[in-house]
Design a protein around this ligand. Structure first.
Ligand SMILES: *Cc1c(COP(=O)(O)O)cnc(C)c1O
Length: 404
C-alpha cells in the first residue's frame, strides 16, 4: 500500500527528497507472517532498515533481531530484547565485536576458527556461552564454495572436538541460502532440507538443539507482473514439516529471518524535480539525490546486462525491471524523459527513456519498495549534499522525523 498523494505533496514544502516509512503497513506485514507461520519465531534483519522507529515498530510485534554487526546487536539490547532474541551472525567478526556482543547476544559462529575464538573469549570472561553454527549446506547444490558458514561436512567432522571445547556449547544452527526467492516449491524443499540437517546435527551432538534458524529467502515482487509468494500455502507446508520434526525434538525453536518482507513495501522514496532541460533532442528531468539518496535505481542502470545471475548482487541489485517509479504530476500530456540526479557524475541516472506525465520543477517522483536496502545502501556522503530525510508515518497519520 502506498501513501496517498496529499501526504507526499504536503511534505514537498519542507523536503527536497525523503523516505517515508509506514507504521500501519509494517504492522500488517508482521501480522501476515505470524498468521502464515504460527510455530515460528521471527528475527528482523536490521541491516534492511535500522531506522529507530522502524525497528521499534517491528520489535513491538514480538520479533527478535538478526544482527549483522555488534552495533545491530546493541540496538536490539537497547530495545529491551533478551539474549535469546538477539542473534549475531556474520562472517569475519572482530575480536572486539565478539567481546562486545557476548553479554547480550546469541552468537552464531561463521567458521571453524571463529568457534574457537568465541570459546577463548568466553573463557576470558569466565563463562560458557551457548552458540549457534552457521552451516553452508550441501543443498540445494553441493560443492559451491562460499565465504558464509562452515561446510556441512566440516561441521560433522568438527562436532566431536567442539563437544570437548571449553567456553562454548553448541545449541543451534543457522542456514541462510539466499534472499529474494519468489518460487514457493523451491523454498519448501529448502526448509525441508534444513530440518533434515538439523536432525542430523542433533544426532551428532547427542542432544536436541535449542533452535533451528532457517534464515530468510521470502521475496517480494519488484518487477511489474511478478506475483507475491502465497505465504499461507508456504506456511502450511512449513507447519506440516515442522510438526514431523517436533515429534522427535519437541523442545526445539523454529526461527525465521526477514528484513525486506516486512519493511521493503512499507517505504517509498520521494524526490523533487529540480530542473529540466533538452540536450540533443533528449529530455532530462533532474531529480534531487538519486544515486546518493537511493542507490538501487542508478546501480540497476549500471549492472543491467552485465549480471547474468542477479542473486549474488542482492541486495544491491535484484534483476531487470525491478525498479518502479511514477510521477505525481497529473498533467494529461506525456513525455519521454531520462531521470538523472544532481550529482557531478554521469552514473547518476535513475531511469532512461521513460514515458511519464509531463513534469516541471517542483513536481515529485515516487520510487516504491524503498523500505529495505535503500537508505542504508546509499552513499549519502558523496558530494556533501543534504541527504534525504527519513520520515515515519504513524498509524494515526502523524509524520515524524526522529533525531539520530
Ligand atoms: C540479509 C540477511 C537476511 C535478510 O534478508 P531479506 O531478504 O531482507 O529477508 C537474513 N539472513 C541473513 C543471514 C542475511 O544476511
Amino acid at each position: 500500500m502506498e501513501p496517498d498523494r496529499k501526504t507526499l505533496l504536503a511534505l514537498r514544502e519542507r523536503y527536497d527528497s525523503f523516505y517515508l516509512y509506514d507504521e500501519g503497513e509494517i504492522i500488517r506485514r508482521t501480522e501476515t507472517l505470524k498468521r502464515a507461520f504460527p510455530s515460528a519465531q521471527f528475527l528482523y534483519s536490521v541491516k534492511a532498515n535500522p531506522h529507530p522507529l522502524v525497528l521499534k515498530t517491528v520489535l513491538s510485534q514480538g520479533f527478535g533481531v538478526d544482527a549483522a554487526s555488534p552495533a545491530e546487536a546493541r540496538m536490539g539490547a537497547d530495545c529491551g530484547l533478551s539474549l535469546e532474541k538477539i542473534h549475531f551472525s556474520a562472517p569475519g567478526k572482530t575480536e572486539r565485536g565478539i567481546e562486545a556482543a557476548l553479554p547480550h547476544a546469541t552468537l552464531v559462529a561463521d567458521s571453524v576458527g571463529e568457534v574457537e575464538r568465541i570459546g577463548r573469549i568466553a573463557q576470558c570472561q569466565n563463562r560458557t556461552v551457548e552458540i549457534g553454527i552457521r552451516i553452508h549446506p550441501d543443498f540445494p547444490k553441493g560443492g559451491e564454495p562460499s565465504k558464509f558458514g562452515v561446510d556441512e561436512a566440516q561441521v560433522f567432522q568438527s562436532i566431536p572436538r567442539w563437544k570437548a571445547l571449553p567456553g562454548i556449547r553448541i545449541t543451534g544452527i543457522h542456514v541462510h541460502w539466499k534472499s529474494q526467492i519468489l518460487d514457493r516449491s523451491l523454498l519448501e524443499r529448502y526448509y525441508e532440507s534444513v530440518f533434515s540437517l538439523a536432525g542430523r546435527v542433533s544426532d551428532a551432538l547427542g542432544r536436541p538443539l535449542d533452535f533451528v534458524n532457517v534464515g530468510s529467502g521470502i521475496g517480494i515482487p519488484y518487477a511489474g507482473g511478478e506475483a507475491s509468494l502465497d505465504l499461507s500455502a508456504l506456511g502450511g507446508t512449513v507447519e506440516r514439516l515442522w510438526e514431523v520434526f517436533r515429534q522427535r525434538f519437541p523442545g526445539t525453536k523454529l526461527l525465521l529471518e526477514t528484513g525486506r518482507y516486512v519493511v521493503g513495501p512499507s517505504g517509498v522514496y520521494v524526490s523533487k524535480v529540480l530542473d529540466k532541460k533538452v540536450s540533443c533532442g533528449k529530455t532530462f528531468v533532474l531529480l534531487c539525490n538519486t544515486l546518493n539518496g537511493f542507490l538501487r535505481p542508478s546501480l540497476a542502470r549500471l549492472i543491467e546486462g552485465a549480471a547474468d545471475d542477479p542473486a549474488p548482487c542482492e541486495p544491491l541489485y535484484t534483476g531487470k525491471n525491478a525498479i518502479q517509479v511514477y510521477s505525481l504530476s497529473q498533467r494529461q500530456e506525456r513525455e519521454t524523459v531520462t531521470l538523472a540526479g544532481n550529482l557531478c557524475t554521469a552514473a547518476d541516472v535513475a531511469a532512461r527513456d521513460l514515458s511519464l506525465p509531463r513534469m516541471e520543477a517542483g513536481d515529485l517522483v515516487v520510487f516504491p519498495n524503498a523500505g529495505s536496502y535503500a537508505a542504508v545502501l546509499s552513499p549519502m556522503q558523496f558530494s556533501s549534499q543534504t541527504p534525504p530525510a527519513e520520515l515515519f508515518r504513524t498509524r494515526t497519520g502523524e509524520v515524524v522525523e526522529p533525531h539520530r
